[in-house]
Design a protein around this ligand. Structure first.
Ligand code: CP
Ligand code: NVA
Length: 314
């Protein structure tokens, strides 16, 4: 293994600086508008390792790779030797000999860091227990699409301090918007990520969902029991009572506020049907934007596309 790395990974939002993130979203937005017709992944292959279920991540990465001229391999833990105990480091070195990039969805965040350490191709985080950076990048693109400038927004996160909450915390710090998180006691986000973000932007952790929603321009939530926490579902439903995003919560937000949810959603638990299926919801654009942001990430990391960071935003 060569000591020198010639590639970049995307494991957390903070792997790009704020100028790169802005350029990445501008590239994704060109893709969204149909203004990008290059095929930078021609002849290239993405391996997609899934240790957890997926609808959006799997389909958007596979379709996105195809649209950029490449080929994606779906590898679930039921099919590959990793699921039978082959070390991640061996898997990384073998895949390096075949493919041009690896996307992984798994449990322990350290497993992704370990994979990236041993792979000599870019590694993209498709969700861990700690982070979901591709989703939150898509969410910020959705905010930009509907609210113009994400830096002027106040985002309210209501519910579990989970992987999504952690990536929203990173995004608030990197993009520079205000974030209010309302989480029940015992379900706080990662303290290290929170403390780091609080040195960079206005991020507040509170308990009352109505306080978090007060005047917010973006209201967002996620499931109460994430993948891997199925056995805690009943206990979590008890702990999260009062943390539903319903019409009363949306009334506390700004009149033009939008609602986001990474999906899958549980109507009647973390969100009411009236909100997720209502006029303020942008969840379908949000799901679509996974495709555009991941294509931008792959075009840059695997396809040699340049990020034009020179443009200074007003
Ligand atoms: N939002 C998201 O990552 O969805 P999937 O679990 O379906 O990939
Ligand atoms: N927090 C959820 C997100 C699913 C996309 C989970 O990890 O299951």
């Amino acid at each position: 293994m060569s000591a020198e790395r010639h590639h970049r990974d995307f494991i957390a939002i903070t792997d790009f600086d704020r100028f790169e993130l802005d350029a990445l979203l501008r590239l994704a937005d060109r893709m969204r508008r149909g203004e990008y017709d290059r095929r930078p992944l021609r002849g290239k292959t993405l391996a997609m390792l899934f240790m957890k279920s997926s609808t959006r991540t799997r389909v958007s990465f596979e379709v996105g790779t195809f649209q950029l001229g490449g080929h994606a391999l779906f590898l679930s833990d039921r099919d590959v030797q990793l699921g039978r105990g082959e070390p991640l480091s061996d898997t990384a070195q073998v895949l390096t000999r075949y493919v041009d990039g690896i996307m992984i969805r798994t449990f322990a965040h350290d497993d992704v860091l370990n994979l990236a350490k041993h792979a000599q191709v870019p590694v993209i985080n498709g969700l861990t227990d700690l982070q979901h950076p591709c989703q939150v990048l898509a969410d910020v693109l959705t905010v930009r699409q509907h609210m113009t400038d994400e830096r002027k927004q106040t985002v309210a996160w209501i519910g579990d301090g989970n992987n999504m909450a952690n990536s929203w915390i990173d995004a608030a710090a990197s993009f520079g918007f205000a974030l209010r998180l309302a989480c029940p006691e015992g379900y706080d986000p990662d303290p290290v990520l929170l403390a780091r973000a609080q040195t960079q932007t206005d991020v507040k952790l509170m308990r009352d969902p109505a306080d978090a929603a007060d005047g917010a321009t973006v209201v967002t939530t996620d499931v109460w029991a994430s993948m891997g926490q199925e056995a805690q579902h009943a206990e979590r439903v008890g702990a999260f009572q009062g943390y539903i995003v319903n019409e009363a919560i949306m009334k506390r937000a700004a009149a033009n506020a939008i609602f986001l949810h990474c999906l899958p959603a549980h109507r009647g638990e973390e969100v009411s049907a009236g909100v997720i299926d209502g006029p303020q919801s942008r969840v379908w654009d949000e799901a679509e934007n996974r495709l555009h942001v991941q294509k931008a990430v792959m075009a840059v990391l695997l396809g040699g596309e340049t990020l034009h960071t020179g443009q200074v935003r007003a």
